[in-house]
Design a binder for this molecule. Structure first.
Ligand code: NAD
Length: 344
């Protein structure tokens, strides 16, 4: 049985993760540690927060070292899934400070709390009794050329933004706690996620909102930057497989095997909304507007997920076409529900 700590559980991936795993028979308690920044919303956990018997919420800032240790001790945490982070690249360019204090110092506080709570005994490394799972990003590897092979677990780190540099630094701290203290840590790195409950500053929800409100859709540069899109449900399944069956000290890359340019993705969203909401008048592609590129914008990311497929039997269940259709339908349903509340 595990007492599982999920950090950042009120955010996009964290809330999807909690929804997906909370009823797993192995969990006796699930603690969501989140300080609720602009990106954290407890409504993402409607039906669980304040309701589910295994669920506990701790409104704690990772930058508060004493409070982080208190949570780990009070709930006798055995497994950690560490997702809390400042996660938006554009914000890291305009104000990098929070990325350093949360992503680096916050991870350090969590590692220290786990060390103080006895996560580092040699016995734990051999068994699944305790685990520390660090959720990282493909962005730590930097940018690929158009013909380069996808990133593997042995690719070198070459982060290009304050966001990816802060995630790379926190990965290095996690690695060092495994090497130095025997912390049974595992690092996963995933590609761009999409799906329900994403904060509306990220590409896919931004495009959906712009199309629905018939405003111009901003696309950076020439729109030919390539990303590998992973459905958040597939990502959460991979994280659970890694937590329960992954080997301590290992790293696993998780990718959706859906590489395409940002422009192509935006066009797909326009076409799907034209089909699902014909009353908007169609021709949504005409709203696309190219804007000045983001500084240091990585050209291409792609993940080779062969290791997690072979060792842990994971494979994505969604194609981009099916996942995107489902995601847009979810946002349209939410918008309709909000409008009907507004009318009452
Ligand atoms: P998000 O921004 O939606 O959510 C982050 C959550 O962390 C929020 O609930 C926020 O309140 C919380 N948080 C932030 N600072 C905190 C602090 N100091 N103390 C406690 N809580 C704090 O992020 P996301 O998109 O869900 O990403 C989750 C993780 O996955 C991050 O570590 C991110 O680097 C990684 N990741 C995300 C993607 C993606 O496409 N979204 C891709 C690769 C990796």
């Amino acid at each position: 049985m595990m007492n599982l700590l999920v950090t950042g559980g009120a955010g996009f991936i964290g809330s999807n993760l909690i929804r997906q795993v909370i009823d797993q028979p192995g969990i006796s308690k699930l603690v969501n540690l989140d300080c609720l920044t602009y990106a954290g919303h407890l409504e993402n956990l409607d039906g669980i927060h304040g309701v589910h018997p295994c669920y506990v919420f701790e409104q704690v800032d990772l930058r508060d070292k004493a409070e982080v240790l208190r949570v780990i001790r009070q709930h006798d945490i055995t497994h950690v899934m560490h997702l809390a982070a400042e996660s938006h690249v554009d914000r890291s360019i305009t104000s990098p400070g929070d990325f350093i204090t949360t992503n680096i110092n916050g991870t350090f506080h969590l590692l220290e709390a786990c060390r103080a709570h006895g996560f580092c005994s040699a016995f734990s490394i051999q068994h699944q009794l305790v685990r520390f799972l660090q959720v990282s990003t493909d962005e730590v590897f930097g940018s690929l050329g158009s013909h380069d092979p996808a990133f593997t677990e042995t690719s070198s780190y070459a982060p290009n933004s304050p966001y990816s540099a802060s995630k790379a630094a926190s990965d290095m701290l996690v690695r060092s706690y495994h090497q130095t203290y025997g912390l049974p840590a595992i690092i996963t790195r995933c590609s761009n996620n999409y799906g329900p409950y994403q904060f509306p500053e990220k590409l896919i929800p931004v495009v959906i909102q712009k199309v629905l409100s018939r405003q111009s859709i901003p696309v950076y540069g020439d729109g030919l930057n390539v990303r590998d899109w992973l459905h958040v449900g597939d990502h959460c399944q991979a994280l659970w497989n890694v937590l329960t069956s992954g080997k301590a000290g290992e790293t696993y890359n998780i990718g959706g095997e859906n590489e395409l340019t940002n422009l192509h993705l935006v066009q797909m969203i326009c076409d799907l909304i034209d089909e699902l909401k014909p009353e908007l008048g169609g021709h949504s592609r005409s709203l696309i507007t190219f804007v000045a590129d983001r500084p240091g914008h990585d050209r291409r990311y792609a993940m080779d997920a062969a290791k997690i497929r072979a060792e842990l039997g994971w494979a994505p269940a969604h194609t981009l076409a099916s996942g995107l259709r489902e995601t847009i339908a979810w946002y349209l349903g939410r918008q309709a529900a909000a409008a009907s509340v507004g009318r009452r």
